[in-house]
Design a protein around this ligand. Sequence first.
Ligand SMILES: *Cc1c(COP(=O)(O)O)cnc(C)c1O
Length: 364
Amino acid sequence: MTAPTRPIPQPGILDIAPYLPGKSGAPGSKTVKLSANESPLGASPKAIAAFAAAAQHLEIYPEGSSRLLREALGEVHGIDPARIICGNGSDDLLHLLAQTYLGEGDEAVMNRYGFSVYPIITMAAGAKIVMVDETDYTADVDALLAAVTERTKVIWLANPNNPTGTYLSDAEVRRLHAALRPDILLVIDSAYAEYVTAADYSVGLDLVGEAENVVMVRTFSKMGLAAARIGWMVAPDHVNDAIHRIRGPFNVNLPAQLAGAAATRDVEFNEKLREHNAKWREWLTSELSGNAMRVLPSQANFILVLFPDAETATRAFETLMAGGYVVREVGKSYDIHNGLRISIGSEDAMRGVAKILKSMGPAQ
Ligand SMILES: *Cc1c(COP(=O)(O)O)cnc(C)c1O
């Protein structure tokens, strides 16, 4: 064997397909971005003020445990702040969970159309990702359980899921958990929890409190603070103890901590965003349904539209782009070649998108 002539990444790293973010319009163009599930109402004005005020103290290290942010979350959500860990986006926390609980020879299980970050973090930890078939674009508990082997260490479950918008009821999540070995960590990624309207949904917090092998992960990104990069998780003490040992000691920056705390307490703004989303999600779903399009029932701040075939989806993407709207293609990242994911935006954007899609002529 010849000696390597340059540094070599760990096994598996170069097998990872890079994450494809939602596209933006051309710089300077008036394109409306509906490709990354961002807030159409901006951020909480209180969060913006807190972020700006923090600019006066940029020379000082932030408090390392995000104490003020954890206290705000604890107060509003009724959680002991000691059980919360904050991260530089929930992405940071998902990476830390993978690094802590997965290694060479281990397996992590996820549903086929689950969040595309899970394969990346699993393989980055040297483990194998096992993709499980869904039932009509919804995670299938029996199929997930059937994929568990003695090597399984983690189950990744986004609930509701991105990019499908579908969800599992509390009863289904509990059925999944009840059948897992106690050494398998169930990670419930509730990134879209704020937008759920289904009565039989649970964010996962109760289960975290009852079990030793469940973690709930949340984010501020879908609630107006994507640029600030703030995530949080609630886990049993033994999990928190392990994560604290490897997380960056100052992993959440000061402006983000203060903006996150202010946003958490701005219940009025959060409610406005939630109501706007519920209204226009329902409107867009009913406008588009039929018209040779199927809209999956969504509990998130986006919808997944399924077209008869991949060509029609591409044509719809291009027609929307020409009309000033950029949406998310889900062929390459998610293998749903006939689908487009559309974020719920402003009233104008929703009316514009519906008009364009409904007037698209038949295939040439
Ligand atoms: C957007 C999203 C996240 C959030 O990531 P951040 O790093 O907090 O911006 C996490 N999980 C899912 C399923 C998502 O869609």
